[in-house]
Design a protein around this ligand. Sequence first.
Ligand SMILES: Nc1ncnc2c1ncn2[C@@H]1O[C@H](COP(=O)(O)OP(=O)(O)OP(=O)(O)O)[C@@H](O)[C@H]1O
Length: 252
Amino acid sequence: MSNLIEARDITVRAGTTPALRNVDFYIAPGEIVTVVGPNGSGKTSLLRAITGAADITSGSLKRRDGLRIGYVPQNLRIDPSLPMTAARFLSLPKRRSLTDIRTALASAGAEKLEKRQIADLSGGQFQRVVLARALLEKPDLLMLDEPTTGLDQPGSAAFYRRIESLREETNCAILMVSHELHVVMASSDRVICLNGHVCCHGTPDIVASAPEYRALFGSGTQGALALYRHQHDHSHPHGPDCNHPLEETDNA
Ligand SMILES: Nc1ncnc2c1ncn2[C@@H]1O[C@H](COP(=O)(O)OP(=O)(O)OP(=O)(O)O)[C@@H](O)[C@H]1O
């Protein structure tokens, strides 16, 4: 199989109820795919289904043989009373060589943080260390769940630039959840909008210019707010339904 991940008609369970239904999804080597959608729409559940942490109750999800995944989870928190350097954090739970640790920290732009205490790092510095931890796996697929939450605008922009250069350097595919639509539109190859199912998908150009998308999410950065506010119930009295893919594509 040439794709890294191929999901066909999957239902994903979170707790006792389905968080996602009838999802077709793929990710090809080296592409940047962003998942958008309102709170509770199943974005994290999709990422967890891919790592195997969430139950898939119907349909099929295939991973390419030997696929290596690096995962930057949402809101990872470390007990601040725990003394731990960045290097030590990278060596848990699996012991790593200092060479590997340094290479990963350098790739994440965190080379100067090796000996710093985790509890003393700023939000942006900590995110780079968490990114370095994900890079230790030398991933074919790097997944990031709202990685810039809590970062200011320049910090967030710098983080996404780093992600783009990582893709260029290593050609790993990137799957990320983001609410920052201006970033999504600028740097993604494809965008997938979830709302308990695949609400719409396509290249950023197609999605951004689609009347369905504009009617739902607005245009420009205001769309990010609209995403949060959008209550999807499959009837859109003020706009078209977004229950259909925006492009007739090859979901293979
Ligand atoms: N452990 C759980 N037990 C029960 N329900 C859960 C659990 N985890 C998630 N859910 C529910 O599954 C649905 C999807 O959650 P998920 O975290 O995937 O959404 P999300 O799009 O990532 O949300 P957010 O933008 O708020 O991070 C939500 O309704 C959520 O309440």
